[in-house]
Design a binder for this molecule. Structure first.
Ligand SMILES: [Fe+2]
Length: 371
């Protein structure tokens, strides 16, 4: 079956002459009707070539023209195209280097690229395809063939993205189901998983806006950490009901068993990650499950890690987890008012919490307050 069969069909239009034109470095001119036509970014150092390609594709696609690899990257970042037609032989940054930069670009690494070149050398074609291009077309080209190839790759990429989105939705609903099962068992009042995920996302965003932890955190990593957060207590599946639902204080032996939910959780997620190694959020989920009860001062469990030896994702989770535990009803005590909880959160700066995270949380505490 063709990938994406059964999903909403998307077909790049193949029409004849007339339509949208744009000069190099610009999108189509204001006022021109671009409709939902796929956006094609054409990259060539030769202006005559650019204009010729534009004349062959106009009326079918929304066309942008870039005279260099640098311009391609800058324009693509401003308006992500549906496909890039890339020349190989260009001064300064050639097509291969441009491709390498595209593949390393957060926004552009999934845009299909077709090399459009006068170079007919088979070795170049092999190198081009190995570099990550979806196709290789030599000049002079037959207009309708190029249009159909573009249409094919734009459609295929669209199907692929829809399929990936669907798989992600299924995975997220599976994670939510797992987490919901744990929540049913551990005596919390419900909603802890969703609330802590939202606190993680908010605290992470505040860190990003302040340029903190640039080596460890960017928007993409935060998205993975946020997806991973709901699995933090999955190891409680291996802890008995008698302990999870005990009304009074746990004795030493029970507490040791409760602490094991971190190790059990990391083990469960490790197996999931080995079966699905492309699901990088599971790498964060494993770290979070294992070390969300570690303390900045080394007094936590299971390993007694301290400071930055505790992964950042787990330090963020710890703030979210503790705040939620304080302001919501627990099986052993009623919810604390926000102000009382905040006194405890401040008190734990540098003890339980990373001081930087504690400061950002406390300075923005009203954003976290629910009631
Ligand atoms: Fe936990």
């Amino acid at each position: 079956m063709f990938p994406g069969a059964g999903l909403r069909r998307f077909t790049a239009p193949v029409r004849k002459e007339g339509g949208v034109l744009a000069e190099a470095g610009e999108l189509a001119k204001p006022g021109q009707d671009q409709g939902s036509a796929p956006h094609i970014l054409v990259v060539d150092d030769n202006l005559a070539n650019l204009k010729f390609v534009r004349s062959q594709l106009s009326g079918v696609y929304k066309i942008s023209l870039a005279k260099s690899g640098e311009q391609c990257l800058a324009m693509g970042a401003k308006s992500v195209p549906d496909l890039i037609l890339l020349d190989i032989e260009m001064p300064d940054m050639d097509g291969f280097e441009t491709m390498e930069r595209l593949k390393g670009h957060d926004l552009l690494n999934r845009v299909p690229v077709i090399y459009l070149t006068a170079n007919r050398d088979p070795e170049t074609e092999v190198r081009a395809l190995e570099s990550g291009a979806v196709d290789f077309v030599t000049k002079p080209f037959e207009k309708d063939i190029l249009r159909h190839r573009i249409s094919l790759h734009v459609s295929f990429n669209h199907y692929q993205q829809q399929l990936e989105d669907t798989v992600k939705e299924l995975e997220d609903s599976m994670v939510a189901s797992f987490s919901g099962l744990i929540e049913c068992r551990d005596g919390n009042t419900g909603g802890h998983v969703v609330r802590t995920r939202d606190y993680v996302a908010l605290l992470g965003q505040l860190l990003l806006e302040r340029g903190l932890f640039p080596e460890e955190l960017n928007q993409k990593e935060l998205s993975l950490i946020t997806r991973a957060a709901p699995l933090h207590d999955i190891g409680k599946i291996g802890v008995s009901d008698a302990i999870l639902l005990k009304q009074g204080k746990l004795n030493d032996d029970e507490y040791e068993q409760m602490k094991m939910h971190t190790v059990i959780g990391a083990g469960i997620i490790d197996k999931m990650y080995k079966r699905a190694p492309t699901q990088h959020y599971l790498n964060y989920a494993k770290k979070i499950a294992e070390s969300h009860h570690e303390k900045w001062n080394g007094g936590g469990y299971p390993s007694g890690l301290s400071g930055t030896d505790i992964p950042l994702c787990s330090r963020i989770m710890a703030v979210a987890d503790v705040y939620d535990a304080l302001v919501e009803d627990r099986i052993y005590r009623p919810a604390l008012p926000h102000d009382v909880a905040m006194n405890i959160m401040k008190e734990e700066k540098g003890k339980l919490f990373d001081p930087v995270l504690a400061d950002v949380f406390c300075e923005n505490h009203l954003m976290f307050k629910r009631h």
